[in-house]
Ligand binder design. Structure first.
Ligand SMILES: [Zn+2]
Length: 145
């Protein structure tokens, strides 16, 4: 499977996940979202989930894939949450010059949430960078005695 095809599949999956996130207007909705995630398919074709030689198979609903889906939802939720607050100029200080309802349009709040978003994005990039150049162990295989 080519890189473009993988990106297309993952992007399509991400869009499905976004539909679930849109239901998360309150905390009670998270229970329903997490329940739905446990029953959600993943974008990987079966041949990518199975290694015949090692007899290893990561079924679409096994913990590894469920954990990946949930991590995608949580990452996306927090990024979109801070992005929205940055765009709205989110602020609780009523003596700051801004509107009474959304968007508040507080410049200080906007800048604060821009920095929050930047920091969180960087934390994800830092984690991903740890895996950009995977190290191959040089140990010898275990032998059966
Ligand atoms: Zn403010």
């Amino acid at each position: 499977m080519g890189t473009n095809e993988t990106q297309t599949r993952t992007r399509s999956y991400y869009d499905q996940v976004q539909l679930l996130i849109q239901q998360s207007e309150n905390q009670a909705a998270w229970t329903s979202i997490l329940s739905n995630l446990f029953h959600m398919d993943n974008p990987f074709p079966n041949e990518q989930l199975f290694n015949e030689q090692c007899q290893v198979y990561y079924g679409k609903y096994q913990m590894e894939n469920v954990a990946w889906t949930i991590s995608l939802v949580l990452m996306s939720w927090v990024l979109r949450n801070f992005q929205r607050k940055m765009e709205d100029g989110h602020c609780h200080n009523t003596i700051h010059p801004h509107g009474e309802t959304l968007p508040r349009n507080c410049d200080i709040g906007r800048q604060f949430h821009r920095e929050m978003l930047k920091g969180i994005l960087q934390s994800y990039r830092d984690i991903v960078a740890l895996f950009d150049t995977p190290q191959t162990p040089t140990t010898t295989p275990n032998t059966v005695n």
